[in-house]
Design a protein around this ligand. Structure first.
Ligand code: FES
Length: 251
């Protein structure tokens, strides 16, 4: 169990401000004082926003929902890296104690491909939703639920599918890629369905439609840099892209 302390810390935040997609952006610096090292980074922003609101100033806009690393809603670039310097975590899983020696954190929106800054740290990631709409599902007849064991799934395939399905669609892979590619995201969504017996029937159509959608949305092609794998909070591997490429070539 972590020891609870009454310590507090302060941190300087340099944050990207932009009122609308059309307006020019700029950096604004803030000092956040008396924050607990046990507070999350998003709680530090909440506290800053309370202060800004009391001062009749515009609060910082940022996305979050579950704040548990599950939903993929949060995410911005921290000191040049999507989701910050610690591997395998989302922005909402960062705590102030991790930055006790940092002094200054520079927060910027996820930029890349068709992601457009909507306001401050919020970008439009709806392009990822439209890739899912193009094929990230299986078509089944409605009716009563089938018997659970009527389709046997080998354990190794179930595990591979599960690993790919861990993608939460946060968009960090796009923000990290010099080519603004959504290939790691798209490949993970293709793989977790195509590899299972239930997804096989539509695998070729799914692969083609999702890859086409990715290109049509304006995301770049994979540039083999591998930055996407490095920043992925769910550690989706580059091998996932290999799988999708092979599926694409055979369709
Ligand atoms: S808010 Fe849900 S993953 Fe961060």
């Amino acid at each position: 169990m972590r020891e609870v302390t009454n310590r507090s810390m302060e941190i300087r935040l340099k944050i990207w401000r932009q009122e609308s997609p059309e307006s020019n952006g700029y950096f604004e610096e803030f000092l956040v004082e008396n924050i607990s090292p046990e507070a999350s980074l998003l709680e530090a922003l909440d506290s800053l926003n309370e202060r800004l609101t009391l001062e009749n100033r515009r609060p910082i806009s940022f996305d979050s929902d579950c704040r548990e690393g599950i939903c993929g809603t949060c995410g911005f670039v921290i000191n040049g890296r999507p989701h910050g310097p610690f591997p395998g975590v989302t922005t909402c899983q960062l705590h102030m104690r991790m930055f006790e020696k940092a002094g200054l954190l520079v927060l910027e929106p996820f930029r890349g491909g068709p992601f457009k800054v909507l306001k401050d740290l919020i970008v439009d990631r709806s392009g990822l939703d439209r890739i899912i709409q193009a094929g990230g599902f299986i078509s089944v007849s409605t009716g009563s639920a089938p018997e659970a064991n009527s389709i046997l799934v080998p354990k190794n395939l179930a595990e591979e599918a599960f690993n790919a399905a861990a993608c939460i669609g946060c968009g960090a892979c796009v923000a990290a890629c010099p080519n603004g590619s959504a290939m790691l995201f798209t490949a993970a969504k293709i793989k977790h369905l195509n590899i299972l017996p239930q997804g096989k029937a539509e695998s070729k159509k799914r692969t083609k439609n999702m890859l086409d959608a990715m290109i049509n949305e304006g995301f770049g092609a994979c540039s083999n840099h591998g930055e996407c794998e490095t920043v992925c909070p769910k550690r989706i591997s580059l091998e996932t892209i290999n799988f999708a490429f092979k599926e694409g070539l055979s369709s």
